[in-house]
Design a protein around this ligand. Sequence first.
Ligand SMILES: [Zn+2]
Length: 243
Amino acid sequence: MILDMHAHVGRPNYSYRAAEFTNDDLAARMKQAGVSKCVVFSFYDVRDNEYISDACRGRDDLIPFAFINPKERNAREQLERMLGKEGFRGLKLHPFADGFHLNNFKLVDPLFEVCEHYGTPIICHGLADNVYNTVYAFAEMTDRFPKVNLVMAHGGFMWARKEAVRASKTRPNLFIETTCLYPDGIAEGIDEIGAEKYIFGSDAPWGDFEVDILKIKKAARRDEDLEMVLGGNLARLLRLEAR
Ligand SMILES: [Zn+2]
């Protein structure tokens, strides 16, 4: 079963070429590529959680994550409500787009506390493209909240990927998502920390399932590694078997 940790639907402002990318648009692509479930959240330029809630209602194939800016005054209450009552299953953070440091404890701790309470994972932009979401910040937050599973989207790209691997090696709750990583970097990381720390993402609609799945197949050469990266690890994080 192929599960994707990272896809967007909604009505982007400027970040995507089309005015809208809908749940059905995504589902059509999933069907074509044999993807069973996608974690979905808003585009970074709109953070439209209501759209996500509507898009996922009554659907088994889409798993909604709340996209929240911790700088908003009622951020903690928003997340409480969304995880507690509205069926959201995790949190997306984008320190770069929203202008906060991931390890600004005063701002970010409340959201981690809510996720710890609900046992839900967090995916955070981690491309090594700015000072807001350094590998050090990921390491600090995973040390601070050892029961919260934190997924580093884009895995540090080229420049911080080895640092990300080192940080993940000693932290059972720090995972690496595969968008923007090259096959060779993923293969090297799997040798170093094991396939259980890598989680497949497509970054749809920008990413293409077939290309990105092929990338993972080139990187994870053992069947059991491939199974973990393409679905097994995410199923564990989201406790899908238990549901
Ligand atoms: Zn994305």
